[in-house]
Design a protein around this ligand. Structure first.
Ligand code: DON
Length: 460
């Protein structure tokens, strides 16, 4: 689908414009979860309608992004879109989206049918035809959200519940945590070279497995239990050398720049109901295509497939057959919304955007809290690092002790300093504590929103 006449992958086609769009799934997903909701749908969607109708003041980083992508919006849309204005956007400007408000009204009144059939669907199909996309009414009719069994595993006495295929997130998390578990990382200094080395080697090996073994389980048999097998994970770390980085060229799958448009939300209530949602358009503003008359952006999720074996996608991820493009198939995600339980009671809700850095950020956040006793605020703020097998480079944020980067370089790591890995959100349930009268009581929750973005914490 994305090869040029010489058989080379043309990633521009999988990342921008009408051909990069996958069938939008968010509305179907929302309604399939709605059966567990506690509030009337109207009450949930009305604030969004009001924001679209009356507008909201944009932040500085939102203004910067809208200005940066102005040309793309103009290139892929032939009608005026809410995201383009004649003079540059500034923080505090009002972003009003009347067409989106009309679309949301239809969803409020008709449910998922207000999106996948009728006016909105017709507008999507017309938009596709106008711009050379291939999504038809039939594809919208056929789309279904599928409830799946989460990936579940234990880590140092906690139970972790995370996102299963077609995301790689939960499996990667389980593999990385499984690989480091025997090393008792808590005995090594927080963000010490020793600890970062072990965690990076686990990241490298897990991502090598991702490229070979992970894809939509409805199309490709993902060997999940083998990938999570304790003996297997131990064997994956057998070649680990505590003094040296393992070159990715000798790490194979086991035997058996800044593009961001993803959001994570953590919610918890006093009864212990937990929600961890990651939702994505993939790249910045997705395909940059706005459905004419319906006012919403379409994703460029097709780039999460492997366009050609071994050719990196926008996150540098490679893949093969497991994640090749097929009709009806879902692309391999890295999203990793996760819950952690302790003694079967709520302990943590966590997640982040960030493409392939998502599972590694969630991995490090859980380790920071469980093994190093960090608070949510500290764990969110802690500098993150990322290795995804290929390219054989460790991305590191600023903020590590100078000696740590030097030691890692000496071990053979190629290090690339980057800005802003993820935007990790956390809610942590304080464990029960003894009150003065000796009664066990729940101490409440702590929440942290990442200051790398405009993220915020709220309570009701
Ligand atoms: O599902 C995925 O893995 C990607 N579509 C996520 C993209 C992403 O997180 C971009 N934002 N930061």
């Amino acid at each position: 689908m994305y090869l040029d006449s010489n058989g080379q992958a043309d990633l521009h086609k999988s990342q921008d414009g009408h051909l990069s769009v996958g069938v939008p799934g968010a509305v179907a997903g929302i309604f399939s979860m709605y059966k567990n909701a506690r509030l009337p749908f109207k009450k949930l969607i009305d604030p969004a309608i009001e924001l679209a109708e009356k507008g909201f003041k944009i932040t500085e980083s939102e203004a910067r992004l809208l200005n940066r992508f102005k040309k793309d919006f103009q290139r892929y849309n032939d009608a005026p879109v809410a995201f383009v204005k004649a003079t540059p956007w500034q923080s505090g400007d009002l972003l009003v989206q009347p067409e989106l408000a009309a679309t949301l009204n239809l969803i409020r009144d008709k449910g998922a049918a207000g999106f996948y059939t009728g006016r909105t669907a017709k507008l999507i199909v017309a938009e596709m035809q106008r711009g050379g996309g291939i999504i038809r009414q039939q594809d919208l009719n056929r789309y279904q959200a599928i409830p799946r069994t989460p990936v579940q595993f234990a880590y140092h006495g906690y139970q972790v519940v995370s996102f299963p295929p077609p995301s790689s997130g939960g499996l990667l998390l389980a593999q990385m945590m499984g690989m480091i578990q025997p090393f008792n990382i808590d005995t090594m200094g927080f963000l010490s070279a020793k600890a970062v080395h072990i965690m990076t080697e686990a990241e490298r090996r897990a991502f090598a497995d991702r490229a070979e073994y992970m894809g939509d389980p409805d199309y490709f048999q993902v060997p999940d239990s083998l990938l999570l097998n304790k003996t297997y994970l131990k064997s994956r770390m057998a070649g680990f050398d505590p003094t040296k980085a393992t070159p990715s060229t000798i790490v194979k799958a086991g035997q058996l720049y800044e593009h961001k448009e993803t959001t994570h939300i953590c919610v918890a209530d006093k009864e212990g109901n937990l929600v961890s949602i990651t939702t994505t358009l993939n790249g910045n503003f997705g395909s940059r295509v706005v459905v004419k008359g319906a006012g919403f952006l379409l994703n460029d999720e097709m780039d999460d497939f492997s366009a050609k074996p071994g050719v990196p996608n926008m996150f540098g991820a490679v893949g093969g057959i497991a994640n090749a493009i097929e009709p009806g198939k879902r692309m391999l995600s890295s999203m990793c919304p996760t819950l952690v339980l302790k003694n079967n009671a709520p302990y943590m809700v966590v997640g982040t955007p960030g493409g392939t850095t998502i599972p590694t950020s969630v991995f490090q956040t859980i380790v920071d809290i469980i093994d190093y006793g960090k608070t949510p605020k500290e764990a969110t703020a802690a500098p993150k690092f990322h290795h995804q097998w290929l390219p054989d480079t460790t991305m590191m944020e600023d903020g590590f002790a100078p000696g740590v980067t030097d030691s890692l370089k000496q071990m053979g790591y190629a290090i690339k300093t980057v800005n802003g890995i993820g935007r990790t959100e956390i809610i942590l349930f304080d464990q029960q504590k003894m009150s003065k009268t000796g009664v066990k009581e729940r101490a409440g929750m702590q929440a942290a929103a990442d200051t790398r973005g405009d993220d915020s914490v709220d309570g009701y």
